[in-house]
Design a binder for this molecule. Structure first.
Ligand SMILES: *[C@@H]1O[C@H](CO)[C@@H](O)[C@H](O)[C@H]1NC(C)=O
Ligand SMILES: *[C@@H]1O[C@H](CO)[C@@H](O)[C@H](O)[C@H]1NC(C)=O
Ligand SMILES: CC(=O)N[C@H]1CO[C@H](CO)[C@@H](O)[C@@H]1O
Length: 639
């Protein structure tokens, strides 16, 4: 056991040393040719793995190759090193110099940050970061993101991972016993999980260690939990503060505005991005009325009598909900058309002087009743409701968090609270949204009052929120190998989460056989769809799969019986496709299952057809990438 671990550690160390100086292809060249012998046995690709001959070269662990070590475990000059080393407009493989950071921050009104819940897995973090990016944009602030997150699983023996990244006991950090069986977490720089320089295309973003650097504070101050330290992070003025500022009341230290968690979207309200002028006019929004106890700014003073339609819509809202789906609202509207006579007896609601509304005035002729969606929308507006723009959650639940499925909802105008209207006025240096706001929320953590606002967020995420370059590159290669396995036809992919989901009863099928059969039947439907698409638009690139083609399965199943079952049933898992060369090229972070699963997401995004389960946040990330590459929307199913 220990010899094997030592070998692995040494192997990785020498690989990194060597990759600087030597071409390893001669040493490991063999592995490549063994790669895709799918027919000749499943575990072929493991033949060279773990490597059995790493001792050819000096077995040194050189931690200067390893930015995680440098950043987290050393004091002195190297502690100054930022994690943000990717090439970008600020220069190749360079720290962002303090001046550059300062320039970036100056373009905005200050910082936006969160109490980041680092106890969550990456896909939930992804969603929180996406929402934060939007809030920072709406409030014209520079987003601060954590410098590192925790990898939760090691794809090798734990000791291998611990050689590459510092460990924490998550039960201790989060004061919890959630991870009794596997308390270890590894600190992985956030740049290994997402393309931070690219994110800056959407909005100025800095990592927390840069914020600390900008304030002359050591990176070691970063809290392990992700909690925003209201004292320490605010204990020093910016290194660019002038003497005058330092002499003022708070000594030039950054000031803080806290948006209390309970103010964000209390029951009975609809948090929206902003309130456009026409919407404010319609509802008689009065910006002067404020309620400091719940952070409310502005009030809806429209006191018009509730129409029967309005009452029916309100009655359709379920408890604690403030929105209806468009389809449900439409049903109710159309029902009212049926009861029009009754409806007409009520006093018409007094309308504001708005052209759009005037044109929607109640028509007395049945034939002129608004039948189009636009007409229905006008009718809603007339009755104190508005259309809001958001995204559809798979199966009506909010787990997948994708921006690939735009949707409309309707909500009573008087419940709207605009983020910009309420908090755009804050002048403090740091704007903090307290605590956690991710469960049950829509992507972005709010709804949009215009489709343009929603679509802008969509493109911020699709264009700006990308996986790291090395992840995309490896996924591209692996997708190519899948294509080779199916001899150039399209191939299908599915996500099968087992592990903790089996334990909490979140999988649809408890036994792997049933789970697998479900996946197979969905993929068979998918194959039919690919067949149809190929008929509609024949091309040499979309040759549909054959019924007995192997398919790609992203799964956390690691039990040998489970893996054998998958193999016998044409499932191909990531370890069938990875080579030692991949590990060499990619870098150390691939030893973490968390990073490997990013590669898997990107592979799934390349599949001809994709199927996954609705109660997971993994498919959301996959759908985002698919949407970014404009995959046909018929080619996925989440249920
Ligand atoms: C954002 O804030 C900066 C600094 O106050 C200002 O110069 C800039 O015009 C603002 N941008 C927008 C879009 O309001
Ligand atoms: C609605 O909110 C109240 C108070 O927060 C809570 O007790 C209740 O369980 C909620 N109802 C539903 C259906 O979620
Ligand atoms: C090599 C090294 O410096 N290791 C240290 C990394 O950080 C942990 C916790 O701060 C120390 O316990 C190690 O000694």
């Amino acid at each position: 056991m220990w010899r094997r671990i030592l070998c692995l550690v040494l192997a990785f160390a020498s690989i990194f040393l060597l990759s600087q100086t030597l071409d390893l292809s001669q040493v490991y060249g063999k592995s490549k040719s063994k790669l895709i012998l799918w027919k000749s046995g499943r575990h072929q690709t493991h033949a060279d793995w773990p490597p059995k001959h790493p001792k050819i070269f000096e077995p040194l662990y050189d931690d200067s190759q390893d930015d995680a070590r440098n950043t987290f475990n050393k004091s002195g000059p190297s502690a100054e090193k930022t994690l943000d080393e990717e090439d970008d407009e600020y220069g190749p493989r360079h720290n962002l110099r303090l001046e550059k950071l300062q320039d970036m921050v100056r373009q905005t009104k200050g910082y936006y940050t969160r109490d980041y819940s680092k106890a969550l897995g990456w896909n939930n973090m992804r969603y929180i970061l996406e929402a934060s990016l939007l809030h920072a944009r709406l409030l014209n602030r520079t987003l601060i993101i954590p410098s590192y997150v925790y990898a939760r699983a090691c794809d090798f023996d734990k000791e291998v991972c611990s050689a590459y990244a510092d460990t924490v006991n998550r039960n201790e950090v989060f004061n919890s016993d959630e991870w009794k069986s596997q308390p270890l977490g590894w600190r992985v720089p956030i740049t290994k999980m997402m393309d931070v320089p690219r994110l800056r295309r959407s909005q100025p973003v800095i990592i927390l260690s840069d914020y600390l650097r900008l304030h002359g504070l050591p990176p070691s101050l970063e809290t392990a939990t992700g909690y925003w330290d209201r004292d320490k992070y605010h204990s020093q003025p910016s290194v660019f503060a002038d003497e005058m500022t330092k002499g003022n009341a708070i000594g030039g230290r950054p000031s803080l505005f806290v948006l209390k968690n309970g103010w964000y979207d209390p029951t009975g309200t609809v948090r929206v991005d902003r309130l456009p002028q026409d919407l404010r006019d319609r509802g008689g929004w009065d910006p002067r009325s404020t309620d400091p106890d719940n952070g409310r700014v502005g009030e809806w003073v429209d006191s018009a009598k509730k129409s029967p339609l309005c009452a029916s819509l309100e009655a359709a809202l379920s408890e604690n909900e403030s929105t209806l789906t468009w389809d449900r609202a439409k049903e109710i509207l159309l029902e009212h058309i049926g009861k029009r006579d009754e409806y007409e007896h009520d006093e018409p609601v007094e309308l504001p002087e708005d052209e759009r509304i005037k044109s929607a005035k109640f028509s007395r002729s049945r034939s002129r009743w608004p039948k189009t969606d636009q007409g229905l929308e006008r009718e809603l507006i007339r009755n104190g409701w508005e259309v809001v723009y958001t995204y559809e959650g798979a199966l009506g639940m909010e787990y997948s968090k994708t921006v690939a499925t735009p949707a409309r909802q309707v909500a009573p105008r008087s419940r709207f609270r605009g983020l910009v209207e309420e908090y755009g006025h804050a002048t403090e240096d740091v704007f903090l949204l307290e605590g956690e706001t991710h469960l049950g929320r829509k992507p972005g953590g709010l709804r949009f009052t215009t489709s343009a606002g929603r679509d802008e967020f969509t493109s911020m995420i699709l264009d700006g929120f990308h996986l790291p370059h090395e992840v995309l590159q490896l996924a591209q290669q692996i997708a190519g190998r899948m294509r080779d396995i199916v001899q150039g036809r399209e191939w299908m992919g599915a996500h099968m989460r087992r592990g903790d989901f089996v334990n909490v009863g979140w999988v649809m099928e408890k036994s792997i056989e049933d789970h697998f059969k479900r996946i197979q039947s969905r993929l068979e439907d998918g194959r039919q769809i690919l067949g149809q698409i190929a008929v509609e638009a024949p091309s040499e690139y979309n040759i549909p799969p054959l019924s007995d083609d192997p398919f790609y399965l992203a799964t956390d199943e690691r039990a040998p019986e489970g893996l054998d079952y998958i193999a016998q049933n044409r499932g191909i898992v990531i370890h069938d496709l990875l080579t030692i060369n991949d590990y060499r090229t990619f870098g150390w972070s691939l030893v973490f299952t968390d990073v490997l699963s990013l590669v898997e997401q990107a592979v799934l995004a390349q599949s001809g057809y994709f199927y996954a389960h609705a109660m997971s946040s993994v498919p959301g990330a996959v759908l985002n990438i698919r949407a970014a590459r404009k995959a046909d929307p018929r080619t996925f199913l989440i249920d």
